[in-house]
Write a protein that binds this ligand. Structure first.
Ligand code: MTE
Ligand code: MO
Length: 434
């Protein structure tokens, strides 16, 4: 993949009403091991009668594995289908690519470390922390070099935040394309980071009054660089070394990465090695040719940092069809780069009737928030949508509302309302209503 996923010629002619598209993308889903089928969670409607009540199951009659069979634990073998997957036609090379979080298979708000989507511009650097340094220079009183150990002795804090790639849902700009919740919305993860506030580090170096921007650079082969306003750096950014309690994964920037709450994923520089303070942005490759948004009128938006409020129903979804009539749980995620999610609305009938979803679990600032609707399914066709409200009063727009403002020659910042069509069979498809 040359850069971020595109919604270009692969996009189908816009078959707007009740049309999911089985374009190139779906071939990848199948190549990924019949994703839609495999990804379906096992249910308690089948099973070997020998192991079912009133019989005593076979595993009760033998000793299990001892401790330390797996010094580092892993999921049950029955959860093998719960993995990151990629879309073959978006993957020009493995080193400059992206894979996706299996949102349909997860619950709560935390993304397990091994399932966090990856986006690399030059592959994942493998760095011995003993050989790694963080350099601070430019418009500072005292240029400094920190070892990872130095950072770990500075005051630290814990924060849960989502990271969403600006291109998440980018393949859907012109119409529904990928028949998969993992692929339409899975360029996001939500992690508890442990790290040092960037302000603490910058204060130690002493930012000169003229210092208004900083440049963050990664140590990977892409030397990913992005400009960031000092005000944001001072407000809430972290230099993180732990995710969900353990060291960052190699793929997520081990040994240190930048955390930029609520802002585009590409600013969250991984394998962070250099911070330069300057008086204006650097206009790097990543902020001129990429990560600008081409509008309908031909002008471009630049430095579109904040991720607006968005939501998606993760169950049911193409990989998680409805399997039984009667009692069912609809579940989903909502988030906003501007604050918390106080409310999510859900419709089951394509927008004729909306109800307020039940938000459950922690409601945190610029974090994924989990919602549910407990409902009874009689086998009728459903058209499911969710609509997030954030703490600023912003309401998630429809895709058509977005297109009216931004046109369709776009990739980034697609936070439009997603529609899933549930057929009478329970099979669920990516569609659009117009
Ligand atoms: N050094 C470096 N940092 C990087 C990137 C990269 O390629 N190199 N990719 C960026 C992009 S575009 C995104 S969306 C996020 C992805 O973070 P993840 O791999 O933890 O999901 O990292 C960002 N930071
Ligand atoms: Mo990204």
């Amino acid at each position: 993949m040359a850069d971020e996923p595109q919604s270009t010629d692969r996009a189908p002619s816009r078959r707007r009403f009740l049309k999911s598209t089985l374009a190139g993308g779906i071939a990848a889903a199948t190549a990924g091991g019949a994703a839609a089928q495999q990804a379906v969670a096992p249910v308690a409607t089948s099973g070997n009668p020998k192991n079912l009540p009133p019989r005593v199951p076979s595993w009760t009659q033998v000793l299990g594995d001892g401790v330390a069979t797996h010094p580092y634990g892993k999921p049950s073998k029955f959860e093998k289908h719960v993995v990151r997957r990629d879309v073959e036609w978006l993957t020009a090379s493995r080193e400059s690519s992206v894979n996706f979080t299996p949102l349909h298979a997860l619950d709560g708000i935390i993304t397990p470390n091994g399932l966090c989507f990856e986006r690399h511009h030059g592959g994942a650097a493998e760095i011995n922390p003993a050989d790694h340094r963080l350099i601070i220079h430019g418009l500072v009183d005292k240029p400094l070099i920190f070892t990872v150990g130095d950072l770990m002795r500075m005051p630290r804090t814990n924060r849960v935040h989502f990271l969403e790639c600006a291109a998440n849902s980018g393949m859907e700009w012109r119409g529904s394309q990928l028949n998969s919740c993992q692929f339409t919305h899975g360029m996001i993860h939500n992690v508890m980071y442990t790290g040092v506030p960037l302000k603490v580090i910058l204060d130690e170096a002493g930012v000169k009054p003229a210092g208004k921007w900083l440049l963050a650079e990664g140590a990977d082969s892409s030397a990913m660089t992005r400009s960031l306003p000092i005000a944001k750096a001072m407000a809430d950014c972290l230099v993180a070394f732990k995710m969900n309690g353990e060291a960052l994964r190699t793929e997520q920037g081990y040994p240190i990465r930048l955390v930029v709450p609520g802002w585009e994923g590409n600013l969250w520089v991984k394998w962070l090695r250099r911070i330069e303070v300057g008086d204006k942005p650097w206009y790097t490759h990543e902020e001129t040719s990429k990560y600008t948004t081409l509008m309908g009128d031909g002008r471009a938006r630049q430095f579109t940092f904040v991720m607006d409020a968005k939501s998606v129903v993760t169950n049911p979804s193409p990989e998680a069809p409805l399997l039984t009539k009667g009692r069912n749980v609809l579940s989903g995620l909502a988030w906003s780069g501007r604050g918390t999610i106080p409310r999510v609305d859900v419709t089951l009938d394509g927008g004729r009737n909306w109800r307020e979803a039940r938000i459950d679990g922690p409601v945190l600032d610029r974090s994924l928030t989990r919602f549910y609707v407990d409902f009874d399914w009689k086998g009728e066709e459903l058209m499911i949508q969710s609509r997030a409200h954030d703490s600023t009063g912003y309401v998630q727009p429809t895709k058509d509302e977005l297109r009216a403002v931004r046109g369709v020659n776009n990739i980034y910042h697609n936070n439009g309302i997603q529609t899933w069509l549930v057929r009478a069979t329970g099979e669920t498809e990516n569609v659009e209503i117009s």
